[in-house]
Design a protein around this ligand. Structure first.
Ligand code: TMP
Length: 235
């Protein structure tokens, strides 16, 4: 695992889950709590987060992108990620900032590895080669109902398309996948949580957002802001 200086390094927390599971809202709410504690926080997302990454995002998410081969899709996602790690994540962690990232390599393992059927090994190998195997300190996996999440994401994106200027790229390529695809994505997420229980906090995202938020804050406080951690970071 790639390690940046252990002493003053910031924390790297990622949020994962199916489209429409509510992870982006939870990420923003955690960022607000951390900032109120005086912690410098970088909020970013994948694919995207850098000017180059955002351009790659519009290629990979636009439903007008036809015929993209699964391995080409994986390569584009990792190109955006490599840029994000280089330009945003490592510099922020080295400067002692915390990074909250909306999706990371677990998304590739779930969507491309599981959903597209490329398997975990291809994704984990890419991660080692192009991202130096950088691992989050913690991953919040928002476990939700496949049908409800996808319906919610579709409604959200239809509303975005209705208000977007003519000819603007949409973000609907994945939402057009079927129930079987998202069921494979969810199964892959569950397998990751089972394999790495110390990193991955899987929680029931079907509960009230306030309840989910309180649980996330409690775990983050226990893991990273407790008295023992405070002492360690001062040494
Ligand atoms: P978002 O709506 O959470 O921004 O996610 C964008 C879409 O991109 C979502 O459908 C999941 C997909 N995706 C992948 O398939 N693989 C990846 O590695 C990432 C980061 C996203």
């Amino acid at each position: 695992m790639a390690r940046v200086s252990a002493r003053k390094r910031g924390r790297f927390i990622t949020f994962e889950g199916l489209d429409g599971c509510g992870k982006s809202t939870q990420l923003k709410r955690l960022a607000e709590v951390l900032r109120a504690e005086g912690i410098a926080v970088l909020v970013t997302r994948e694919p995207g987060g850098t000017p180059i990454g955002e351009r790659l995002r519009s290629i990979v998410l636009d439903s007008a992108t036809l015929g993209l081969a699964p391995r080409a899709e994986l390569a584009i996602l990792f190109a955006a990620r490599a840029q994000q790690v280089h330009e945003n994540i490592l510099p922020a962690l080295k400067a002692g900032r915390w990074v909250l990232c909306d999706r990371f390599t677990d998304s590739s393992e779930a969507y491309q590895g599981g959903g597209r059927g490329l398997g975990s090994e291809a994704v984990l190998t890419m991660h080692r080669v192009v991202c130096g195997n950088l691992q989050p300190d913690m991953t919040v996996l928002m476990d939700s109902d496949v049908t409800a999440s996808v319906a919610r994401a579709r409604r959200r994106n239809l509303a975005k398309v209705a208000t977007a200027p003519d000819g603007e790229a949409d973000e609907n390529r994945f939402e057009q996948e079927n129930q079987a695809f998202f069921t494979r994505v969810q199964q892959a997420y569950h397998a990751i949580a089972k394999r790495e229980p110390q990193r991955v906090l899987m929680l029931d995202a079907r509960r009230q957002p306030d309840v989910v938020h309180r649980e996330i804050v409690e775990v983050v406080r226990q893991r990273f802001l407790g008295a023992a951690n405070e002492r360690q970071s001062k040494n």
